[in-house]
Design a protein around this ligand. Structure first.
Ligand code: OAD
Length: 231
């Protein structure tokens, strides 16, 4: 089976009703990114940050995977698929994708404030624990924080993502503005021989000289077209 690696971003979940970050009406318009997605913001006002992610978790309970997620899960019939997602939701898994790497963390998990990457203290929350409170502690005695990679923090899953990108026969970029590094740099590791596709309803500026097959459509329609082109 050919190896397919998919880099997904917020646009993948847009049709499920989760706002993207940088489009008009996006999350970073409503919540300043420095406040809710940086270690400095968390130091200044942990309560605000914890509340922001509690709200994101509450929203997660109300949304479902969309047709795009489902078609991507179906790709596993034809290809050996690795999904590398920048999304912190769990909609790829819910749709049935079996191999998902979360570059920017996971909403359903919490971790230590001392060292977010100390895996001994990373914990998956049950649905009735989705509301984290000030004073809820990790195993090392620190405040439980969201297991999210904030701006300025290391991206520990990047290495694993690169090791798959380097072996890709087909590389698909879907629903990401390709603004955020190192995620956007994954394309640089894709072999010259690989076919590259990009699905997005808008024109995306990609910083690469590679030949890219652009499917200028939303997630569901775009995945439908990809499936019919490849199978
Ligand atoms: P952006 O909000 O930057 O980009 C979303 C992309 O989705 C844009 O290119 C849109 O055109 C596209 N889009 C909109 N609707 C779509 C649809 N129905 N189908 C397909 N695509 C659609 O989001 P990301 O690139 O994912 O990090 O942002 C990257 C990272 O920046 C995020 O992981 C997040 C953010 O700050 C953290 O929170 C750490």
């Amino acid at each position: 089976m050919k190896k397919m690696v998919v880099l997904s971003g917020a646009g993948m979940s847009a049709e499920s009703g989760i706002n993207t970050f940088r489009d008009a009406g996006g999350l970073w318009e409503k919540y300043p990114v420095e406040q809710v997605a940086t270690p400095e913001g968390y130091r200044l006002d942990p309560e605000l940050v914890i509340r922001f992610y509690n709200e994101r978790r509450a929203q997660l309970l109300t949304v479902k995977p969309n047709h795009g997620h489902e078609l991507l899960a179906e790709m596993e019939k034809y290809f050996n698929v690795t999904v590398v997602t920048q999304n912190v939701d769990n909609l790829h898994e819910k749709a049935g994708s079996t191999h998902v790497i979360h570059l920017h963390g996971e909403l359903t998990k919490v971790c230590s404030s001392y060292n977010p990457n100390d895996l001994r203290y990373v914990k998956e929350l049950k649905q009735d624990e989705y509301e984290v409170k000030m004073g809820d502690l990790a195993g090392d005695g620190s405040q439980l924080r969201p297991f999210i990679v904030w701006f300025g923090e290391a991206v520990p899953e990047m290495e694993r993502a690169i090791s798959y990108a380097e072996k890709a026969d087909i590389f698909v970029i879907i629903g990401t503005s390709m603004n955020v590094y190192p995620a956007a740099g994954l394309l640089d590791y894709v072999p010259r021989s690989a076919e590259i596709y990009l699905i997005d309803p808008k024109e995306v500026q990609v910083n690469s000289s590679r030949r890219i097959n652009v499917i200028q459509k939303g997630g569901s329609e775009g995945m439908e077209e990809l499936l019919s082109r490849l199978t």
